[in-house]
Design a protein around this ligand. Structure first.
Ligand code: GDP
Ligand code: MN
Length: 381
């Protein structure tokens, strides 16, 4: 789960990392109040779960509370990365001497956490890694030994800091490491960590992603966090309402299967034969005629679909049920594109017979079915 900047900063403060004074506002009036409380020029920042808000016009400055209200109004009307801006963070505008990057994430190849620092913060670490990789300092953390103060200090030195600043900066690494360990963090990042002209280090931005599988261990944090339900289109909503896993893709072949593994494999085989899937639709376990019919209805609502591939491994699910589901979808007029079926398992012969009588092509293997559906789509073009 991704936390909003202001939520991440609450955690940062609890771990004694300085952040600029300020607070959240949901309306221009509240933004004006926050700016008054700060009593200095402020930065107004869109609270959306997306990076690069600066470039998208979601980070702006205001000298007066009135101006802060006006800017907040503009930012609250934005959509960034297709997400609505429902709140802004109003904070003291810092006088920047230097923008620094610090972060910790998982290096999956090394199977370790990696602590990352750069004296060239501000831009995204991905861009920095391409342009000047030598400016990025990395330390992999041995899972048994952990990450220690001497390593944090060495990083600050390698980043070009000296004197008292080594201590000031290394504390951010150590505290991020504490948060990582206590909160099951997948990724945390301060970009920029701002060194002000008067020599203070403050976390001006904050990213914190918690491992979804560990959320049950962090009930307190979750309780304090109110998530709006994810915005879904009508097809996604219908699929969710029917407990189906549904993902839209760029291609034109709707893959309707049972089980996530089989659905993934089906997408792969379609791709192997030169086709492109439009839809990942996992009907789930025990799919009956009604579920199959519903699945086809959902898949057909997506305008990109040019053909359907139904691929079923029947266990609890019965092939005759699947066949009947396809038939009723066809009777309802839901199927306006070519459809190919492959199914194996329980009541295979019965299912096959139903399809044959109805004149619907039935294929034995996944490979045959995938190549057939790809061929049908090519003929359409
Ligand atoms: P992001 O674009 O989503 O990563 O948003 P950031 O919070 O990182 O803000 C983008 C940029 O705005 C930063 O790199 C800074 O250059 C600038 N910025 C953010 N906060 C402040 C601030 O308090 N004072 C000043 N002067 N600049 C800021
Ligand atoms: Mn940033």
């Amino acid at each position: 789960m991704k936390l909003f900047e202001h939520e991440a900063k609450d955690i940062f403060r609890a771990f004694k990392m300085p952040t600029p004074p300020g607070g959240v506002a949901k309306t221009p009036e509240e933004a004006k109040e926050r700016a008054k409380e700060v009593g200095k020029p402020v930065v107004v920042k869109a609270q959306v779960l997306a990076g690069k808000r600066g470039k998208a016009g979601g980070v702006k400055f205001a000298d007066t509370p009135e101006q802060a209200a006006k800017i907040a109004k503009e930012i609250l009307a934005l959509r960034i990365n297709d997400l609505p801006v429902e709140a802004v963070l109003v904070e003291e505008k810092l006088d920047i001497a230097q923008e620094i990057y610090v972060g910790i994430t998982i290096d999956r190849n090394e199977r370790k956490y990696v602590v990352i620092g750069s004296a060239a913060g501000g831009m995204s670490i991905e861009e920095l890694a391409e342009e000047s990789p030598e400016k990025i300092i990395k330390v992999h953390v041995d899972p048994l030994l952990g990450f220690h103060a001497y390593q944090a200090r060495q990083m600050a030195i390698d980043m070009g800091f000296n004197g008292k600043q080594i201590h000031q900066l290394s504390r951010f690494f150590l505290r991020l490491w504490q948060i990582v360990q206590t909160h099951d963090v997948e990724l945390t990042e301060i970009n920029p960590l701002i060194l002000t002209k008067d020599g203070r280090f403050l976390a001006a931005d904050a990213r914190l992603n918690i491992d979804d599988n560990a959320l049950y261990r962090h009930k307190k944090i979750i309780e304090g966090i109110q998530r709006e339900p994810v915005e879904q289109n009508e097809r996604e909503r219908l699929a969710t309402d029917n407990d189906m896993a549904y993902v839209e893709l760029d291609g034109n072949i709707a893959c309707i299967c049972n089980g996530a593994g089989l659905t993934m494999a089906t997408l792969d085989v379609v791709s192997l034969y030169g086709g492109k899937a439009s839809t990942f639709l996992d009907l789930g376990g025990g799919a009956d005629a009604e579920r199959v019919e519903k699945g086809i209805e959902v898949a057909m609502m997506y305008p990109k679909v040019k053909a359907i591939l139904v691929n079923i491994m029947a266990g609890i699910t019965r092939c005759d049920d699947v066949a009947n589901g396809v038939l009723s979808a066809r009777e309802d007029g839901d199927i306006t594109v070519p459809l190919v079926i492959r199914m194996v398992g329980t009541n295979e012969e019965e299912g096959q017979e139903i399809l044959m009588k109805a004149g619907i092509p039935f294929l034995k293997t996944m490979e045959e079915a995938a190549s057939k559906v790809v061929e049908l789509v090519k003929e359409l073009a």
